[in-house]
Design a protein around this ligand. Sequence first.
Ligand code: SF4
Length: 315
Amino acid sequence: MQKGYLGVDIGSISTKGVIIDENNKIIAEKYLWTEGDPINAVKNVVNSLKEQVKDKNIKVRAVGTTGSARKLIGTILNAQVIKNEITAHAIGTLSIYPDVRTIFEIGGQDSKIILIEDGIVVDYAMNTLCAAGTGSFLSSQAKRLGLQVEQFGEFALQSKNPTKIAARCTVFAESDLVHKAQIGHKKEDIIAGLCKAVVTNYLNNVGKGKKIKSPIVFQGGVSKNIGVIKAFEDETGEKIYVDKYAHLMGALGVAMLAKNSGKEQNFDFDIAEMHFETRGVECAKCANNCEIICIYKNDHLVDAWGNKCDNGAVV
Ligand code: SF4
């Protein structure tokens, strides 16, 4: 019987899960949309992973969770390790690119930069407030142009003359995009302009003041977009590495942390039916008035999310 380790990375947009073996090799993987229901998303991910390993003589011996709903999912899965995304992403990336100095990450609703020296995280930044540099922004603009976001990259590469798009915020970007389409800019030029705008926005916000050093690894859902990869290469003048597991790096990292935790016990893929109560509170600390979702089990606060900054974190 071979040992396996489960890692789950649960964000507001997508839920990712992997099972690794003792050599950190991914032997099962699943990526799906969270669709506002993290508990159901994680059940589907775990069931899919179970199906993938059922003939492989694998016993899962430890579980790790990361991502915005990591505490909730960690409680459900009885996880040995519950870790923040920065650590999980850094560990996962270092296992594949041991020399990495900079990690760019653009996910569905947030983006991060992680700076690494000699295998240790020395600085990082996250941006959850501005949507103009994220995957959901690109998806909504793709729809506006009558395309699937998956087609974006190919289109962008056809452009000889990217349109300049004002992308400081989503509202500006959207009205500018409509205007540029109306005055006859080609679709591929607008799309290349959008990819460039996402990159400029990222570097000017999340990457502001950061010393970006190569090797640079790009990950998160948006790293699948070759238009954005090219825009990053043009802006930084450096090669941008994107791994085939770029979308699973957080899950991989936290599976490795679970493996190395030394706290092993069998995980039988039976997810306990637990009763959770959800209560919403509005953060009044700034005009955003974020709705924070608090999850309780037996009147005990298990997890909370929805705060766009740390000032609104529920302790
Ligand atoms: S969590 Fe609170 S302080 Fe932070 S952006 Fe939202 S409303 Fe403002």
